[in-house]
Design a protein around this ligand. Sequence first.
Ligand SMILES: Cc1ncc(COP(=O)(O)O)c(C=O)c1O
Length: 404
Amino acid sequence: MKLADTGLTAQEIKDKASKYMIETYERFDFLAETAKDQYIYDEKGEKYLDFYAGIAVNSAGNCNEKVVEAVVEQAKTLMHTFNYPYTIPQAVLAEKICTTIGMDKIFFQNSGTEANEAMIKMARKYGIEKYGPNRYHIVTAKMGFHGRTFGAMSATGQPGNGCQIGFGPMTYGFSYAPYNDLQAFKDACTENTIAIMVEPVQGEGGVHPATQEFLQGLREFCDEKGMLLLLDEVQTGWCRTGKVMSYMNYGVKPDIVSMAKALGGGMPIGAICATEEVAKAFTAGSHGTTFGGNPVSCAAALAEIDELLGRNLADNAAKMGAYFMEKLKTLPHVKEVRGQGLLVGVEFDDTINAVDVKHECLHRHLLLTAIGAHVIRMVPPLIIEEKDCDEAYEIIRASVEALS
Ligand SMILES: Cc1ncc(COP(=O)(O)O)c(C=O)c1O
């Protein structure tokens, strides 16, 4: 839908949203009307360089032609059936994902938080059935982020902070340990612990990649104790970090991995993949979803994966990420540049507020996000080139200088 079709002004659209919508977002003062590749356009047709990609979603570019075609074709063919009949896009996608990332089984959901709910439920059921009724405890990382439904929110190790505030007691059965502290994770596990659940790179927590020693150490410890390693790859999955899945950067394989965001190329889809043995915990009736595995989202995901793999966008993410991060280190007021592939964070010193940088960049037509007080995060489409990194760098530099 375009503004001209409505007879309304951009301000009237914003006013309607403010009047009728329950606002939980800190909005950009910007109306996104159309998008293509690494750009988003406002209602005046003005171009913005997109370095957030709907938060790590539009990895093969905004409105990727192949994805759009797949959506249109599938919408005309079969839009929704629930999961009683077999459907073609679902079965083909299931094989494509499992064989690409080396996992045995998949369960489709609609979003990241739902995928994590499924991952937590599967781990608990596996533990209880295999070891007894108390074996459901899960250790997650402080400053992690796993989503906003009750299980995923409870797994999010930020007690008293952000998304948990005001919602009363969290779901029982989680403990939190500091990220990248292997000994602390070992100490937090008890005889009732069935799993350790972490992001390979903490995204919302400020862009902190796991160390090799940490992730490998968790894998070895889980094996030793008969526990499961659960990886939340909702933000890192599907080529963002320079490999198809971030765990491939470490040579560490999870027992269950969750994914969403980039998988659908802009259409809502999430999933978990598990080993054959662990997947057996889900049997008829033990889990389900109306929309998960919807044919249109599955067709979009197939097209997105073809684009990501066919155009070697994981390699491009690794190359552009390295190039961009080197440049970002030369920004004024930089404390640290962190990241993996094109999941990039810049932490400024105490004099520079990240939200102010975000707004200054928006004025200069660059879209990025702020995390906490001093970190900006960039997760652009993986199709970007050096010239896009150069342009983004110049805008950030001008923005920081304006704030200095
Ligand atoms: C690592 C991680 N897990 C889970 C989620 C939740 O995903 P969704 O917003 O699709 O529910 C996010 C979202 O940012 C995420 O980054």
